[in-house]
Design a protein around this ligand. Structure first.
Ligand code: PSV
Ligand code: MN
Length: 399
């Protein structure tokens, strides 16, 4: 019978993990992006919000695991609440819903010295208005999370008061939290540097946690895997945030040097597995509210292809973590069996779960290999032809 099986405990573990695993796609991951050195334009890249929804819908159709798309307010809803009708039309047409709402506190000229931490009360008020508009957009779309990344900071010692800015950030977050409906959450993202290179106002998980906790119970911390200094033990941060009931979600991506926005698991899949292992150890109930989101922009890879590859990788690593035998592991840990415990942990990582994942996909009426299915569908070629002519006229715009 479709959707059931008479398999082993392993199959049970993997199938139930995959049944609950969903990962949000970023609208900006389908657009032309680049570095400060330039952009290589792709004819298939999305240049309108409708094209972003179309691409996200295609990824979800192939993977069955990405029913929501994160929206960046300035890029995707330039008319704010005036764009709600259009977003609802696109949701219905393409079968993916609006996910997290991402305010933009980094692109206006007024934000040269910061947004919510700007020394100018007028600029801070403008930034807070945008946050409140974003909350209203989230309410109108029925989306759960307003996801805040604050790029504020400074480039040179002595040029800003780090301490006064703490109060300004807290005030903005308090006011944003006060505007949330009971059904909404506010996620606070941290990042050690970039675009600011001396100090960043929300630089690490401790600062994000303190801001979130002071703002109120609906505020949680967002962990972007690319936003850590080299060698930071991210899974330990995850364990702590779970312990404190303060983990709101993830922005997933991989990195080699800094916030590189590379494809999840492309450089260090074991890191992703170790994060998922902490979630698996906490259990499905405790982690039910944790939002999984992709935050990647693929400058060179094909956009839709890279997203399908990312979702598949995430599913496989999540499935591997579901296989960890925690009881046996605990006994080995307690007994001081170092090599035994390490091997017990790693066994699940080494296991090839792809046949189990493939069987799950087939049972759910999905393509056995979404990447192959994408290639043979001709979707990318078709949209490249349709969009190609227009893409050349979008040089210079980020989204
Ligand atoms: C900043 O680097 C970030 O991770 C934030 O989440 C932004 O919203 C996103 O990237 C897109 O620029
Ligand atoms: Mn992010």
């Amino acid at each position: 019978m479709k959707g059931t099986h008479t398999g082993s405990g392993e199959t049970d573990a993997v199938w139930s993990a995959l049944d609950r695993f969903q990962i949000e796609l970023p609208s900006w991951g389908f657009a032309n992006t680049g570095t400060r050195f330039g952009k290589f334009i792709q004819p298939a890249a999305a240049t309108t919000i409708e094209e972003k929804f179309a691409d996200a819908g295609e990824v979800h159709r192939l993977t069955g695991a990405s029913p929501t798309v994160a929206l960046h307010v300035l890029w995707d809803l330039p008319n704010g609440l005036g764009d709600i009708g259009e977003i609802k039309r696109l949701e219905a047409k393409y079968g993916v819903r609006a996910g997290s709402i991402n305010p933009n506190l980094f692109q206006s000229q007024e934000y040269k010295f910061g947004s919510i931490a700007n020394p100018s009360a007028e600029v801070r008020a403008m930034a807070i208005r945008h946050l409140l508009d974003s909350v209203a957009i989230g309410q109108a779309l029925g989306s759960l999370d307003v996801s805040l990344w604050v790029s504020d900071g400074s480039n040179y010692p002595g040029t800003q008061s780090i301490r006064r800015r703490i109060d300004w950030v807290q005030e903005a977050l308090d006011r944003t939290h006060a505007a949330l409906s009971p059904a909404q959450r506010m996620l606070v993202e941290y990042k050690p540097f970039e675009p600011a290179f001396y100090h960043t106002d929300i630089a690490d998980w401790g600062m994000a946690l303190e801001f979130a906790r002071s703002a109120g119970p609906q505020a949680k911390v967002l962990v972007d895997t690319g936003h850590h200094s080299q060698a930071t033990n991210i899974e330990q941060i995850v364990a702590w945030l779970l312990h404190l009931d303060a983990l709101g979600g993830f922005h997933f991506n991989d990195r080699k040097y800094a916030d590189d926005d590379l494809t999840l698991g492309s450089v260090d899949p074991y890191q992703v597995f170790r994060i998922f292992a902490e979630l698996a150890a906490a259990g499905a109930e405790e982690t039910a509210g944790v939002a999984f989101m992709i935050d990647q922009s693929h400058n060179l890879k094909g956009k839709v292809e890279a997203m399908v590859q990312t979702v598949m990788t995430a599913q496989e690593l999540y499935a591997k973590a579901s296989l960890i035998p925690f009881e046996r592991l605990a006994a080995l840990q307690d007994g001081g069996e170092l090599v035994g415990a390490e091997e017990c942990f790693r066994e699940s990582f080494w296991q090839d779960v792809r046949p189990l994942v493939q069987a799950w996909r087939e049972a759910r009426g999905l393509p056995a290999n979404p990447l192959h299915a994408l290639r043979s569908s001709g979707y990318v070629e078709r949209v490249a032809e349709e969009r190609g002519a227009r893409a050349s006229s979008t040089l210079g715009s980020y989204a």
